[in-house]
Design a binder for this molecule. Structure first.
Ligand code: PLP
Length: 441
């Protein structure tokens, strides 16, 4: 189809997510491969977004494409109540990557429904209703998932949030606790959570849900000891610890799961995105033995028509096997240490508009400010600004697709991006930030 026709039909008939429909101009994409995406004019871009941070093995990986074709030919679909090869094998591989003691997988269609089901399991397991989650978090767009979300996407739908309570997680650069060191931030954030638990009534709290490394909210790796402290508080009060690994999981941070950096074992793990690089929609919950046992002789009251869809599971099997064979997670860790860490530190030094860079693996945020002293963001929380739009436009015109959120640019390319492309992307960012520097007072 002619690119102009694709665009015309999109504008006539496609209703887009999170958008004022008349104010958007969706980019026409005609092709993608590895870390490259081509637009309707044939211009190619370096994908530094992995779309919505999910194409961890890049676009059109031949081994996954081949597996999807093979699965489609063998068995396209089969209801969730059956036992089929790709579902059994995907569950085995996923459980194998998870810590010992988490052996069962409930499959969903994506991240938000994984969060919904994890919370449902925690509530039924504990017989309690409240759920604690962080400000500056994202857990999904379905109703309960949007209610536990701690970012502005919650505000318009915050009308059915019975039992959801928000607290401050650690974020030293914009500390809610006036902390000046990582250690102080960790101690004070844990003391704050302990107080919230006490004031909400520990006997009423089913779960604490945490992104192991908050993603869209700003890629804020927790300080050493924080996740262990959360684990301890949950143990003390019989609260289920849910690690939301939808974005951080499957290699993004240079480990299979983000919580591995904190050396903790959650009770439930939600995943989606990277499990099969989003080639076919898939998410799920990895369940620890004690919670799984709750439903041995008691019906789990939940399910989905496409739970464990064979095509999606076939893609997951090929993705996980390929990630192991090609050492893609190890490569993400190396990229962080050898290229993104040092490269972004240099960028931070060179540009007054960069308040902070932080991250690990292929999971980095550049926090842009108008004033380095006051840390006033380049766009207000929950909004955009002309200055941010100009930075994004500069990157795009120079051939890079960035992931931008409020006052931040996230560096989140596929985990197997070539070193040459990783360097080239940083050079484009470096040039584009001159636009941001012009807005610094
Ligand atoms: N949880 C986290 C941490 C996410 O980043 C996202 C999506 O970005 C979700 C849940 C929701 O996933 P989905 O959009 O697949 O429903």
């Amino acid at each position: 189809m002619d690119p102009s026709r694709i665009y015309e039909l999109d504008r006539q008939h496609v209703f887009h997510s999170w958008s004022a429909q008349a104010q958007i101009k969706p980019m026409v994409v005609t092709r993608a491969e590895g870390s490259r995406v081509w637009d309707g004019d044939g211009k190619d871009y370096l994908d530094f977004s992995s779309q919505l941070v999910y194409t961890n093995i890049g676009h059109q990986h031949p081994k996954v494409i081949e597996a999807i074709q093979r699965q489609a030919a063998a068995l396209c679909t089969m209801a969730p109540g059956t036992a089929v090869e790709s579902r059994s094998e995907a569950a085995r591989l996923i459980a194998e990557q998870a810590p010992d003691g988490l052996e069962k997988v409930f499959f969903t269609n994506g991240g938000a429904d994984a969060v919904e089901h994890a919370i449902r399991m925690a509530r039924l397991h504990t017989g309690r209703t409240k759920v604690l989650s962080c400000y500056r978090s994202y857990h999904g767009g379905t109703h309960l998932a949007v209610n536990v979300t701690g970012d502005p996407r919650r505000w318009a739908s915050d009308n059915g949030s019975a039992g959801t309570v928000h607290f401050f997680g650690p974020f030293l650069y914009r500390s809610a606790f006036n902390a000046t060191t990582e250690e102080e931030e960790c101690d004070r954030a844990l003391a704050h959570l302990e107080q919230v638990i006490a004031l909400e009534g520990p006997g009423n709290i089913a779960a604490v849900i945490l992104e192991s490394i908050p993603g869209t909210a700003g890629i804020m790796p927790p300080p050493p000891g924080y996740l262990a402290g959360v684990r301890e508080l949950c143990d003390k009060h019989g609260i289920v610890y849910i690690a939301d690994e939808v974005m951080a999981g499957f290699g993004r941070s240079g480990r299979w799961f983000g919580f591995e950096h904190g050396d903790v074992v959650p009770d439930l793990i939600t995943f989606a995105k990277g499990v099969n690089s989003g080639y076919v929609p898939l998410g799920g919950v990895i369940i620890d033995d004690a919670i799984a046992a709750t439903f041995d002789d008691r019906v789990y009251p939940g399910g989905l028509t496409y739970s464990g869809h064979p095509l999606a599971c076939g893609a997951a099997v090929a993705t996980i096997e390929t990630m192991r064979e090609e050492q893609i997670v190890e490569n993400a860790a190396r990229l962080g240490v050898e290229i993104f860490g040092p490269g972004l530190a240099k960028i931070a030094e060179a540009h007054p508009s960069v308040g902070e860079v932080r991250g690990m693996g292929a999971f980095w945020a550049i926090e842009l400010v108008r004033d380095p002293a006051t840390r006033e963001p380049l766009a207000p929380y929950g909004a955009s600004s002309d200055a941010m739009n100009a930075v994004v436009a500069a990157m795009k015109s120079d051939g890079l697709l960035p992931f931008a959120n409020y006052n931040r640019i996230h560096v989140v390319p596929p985990l197997n991006i070539s070193d040459e492309d990783a360097h080239r992307g940083l050079e484009i960012i470096d040039r584009a930030l001159e636009t941001a520097d012009a807005a610094v007072s």
